[in-house]
Design a protein around this ligand. Sequence first.
Ligand SMILES: *Cc1c(COP(=O)(O)O)cnc(C)c1O
Length: 397
Amino acid sequence: MTLSNGRHYLAIPGPSVAPDEVLRAMHRPSPNIYEGPLVDMVPGIVADLKKVARTEGEAVIYIANGHGAWEAALANTHSRGDRSLVLATGRFGHGWAEMAERMGVICDVLDFGRSDTHDLERVEAALRARDDYASVLVTHVDTSSSVLNDVAAVRALMDRVGSGALLMADCIASLACDRFEMDALGVDVMVAGCQKGLMVPPGMSYVFFNAKADAARETANCVTSYWDWRPRAAPEDFYQYFGGTAPTHHLYGQRAALDMIFAEGLEAVWARHRALAGAVWAALDCWAQDGPLRMNIGDPALRSNAVTAVSIGKPHGAQLRGWLTQNAGVTLGIGLGMATEEDPASEGYFRIGHMGHVNAQMVLGLLGTMEAGMRALQVPFGAGALEAAAMACTEAG
Ligand SMILES: *Cc1c(COP(=O)(O)O)cnc(C)c1O
């Protein structure tokens, strides 16, 4: 017997759950790309993306996943031989640095491990050791470790040591989940994708930048025609927003998702993510009282509201993921970047995506089925998790 029929919940940290409103908006014949509603709609999408990012700077759209936004952000701001300081708190920090290296940027990578945030003393020492960094790359939420990094603290440190480097933030996992206010944080370049907190199937990504970053574009020799952000930011013709044909259906999907975000209110969206993350952590805290389960990030202040990485010991992580998909209609994320010699396939890890179009019944249902899975697999766990999660939701309401 399987209890998996019914609506499946893809509880992975991206792509996130696509709302019916978004799917309906995308289900239409191809629209005209030369005039009419699609053409009229795009300036409003750009303006609304800036509102979500809390910036008065520019926003540009790429037909790409998050990796494309990474490359675009680097290309417009760096020349070959430039030097970048990369703060890596998991797989994604390393990934951005590897891309920069391949573009000819020399990266000094500070590795803070797989379950911790920046050590600001190390960052300060690095910034004081050289004054020629073109950029500092930070990952706001590293989706592999689920750590939430303090971007404001990095900005304050850069100001204190007088660093003129661009502060560039990866908010692909966190935008519209964890509070992020680009201008107030003093971030010069920010990258995001449509498929996580922005609730659209993968295919568009966004780069936000300020005047200081655009000044770097003036001399950057990594930039190529397609990735150039200038025509996209100030298009004379509609096609220049996208460097070619518009991502027609994705734009309708993003319009619908932005409407949902503003109907709820961005502050309320952030608060919902906080409350639901609190319910997840309340359950995980109880389960961790007995048995092998542990949250990857111990300090709640360093946890993202969008995703939670969990270790449960090999092979329980892989088994639990398999059981939930086959028997309960919910899929957890894999343990990304968590491979060790003892656990080369990360079978001891999983991640819970609680980003975007997620509500209390989805999270409480997920936690209940996780407990069923641990019972079925005879993984020991502490008691009281579901009650604690229910309580967390009640208190939040
Ligand atoms: C998902 C993600 C990426 C990569 O995005 P893709 O769309 O898979 O290219 C990069 N950084 C972070 C923090 C992410 O969560």
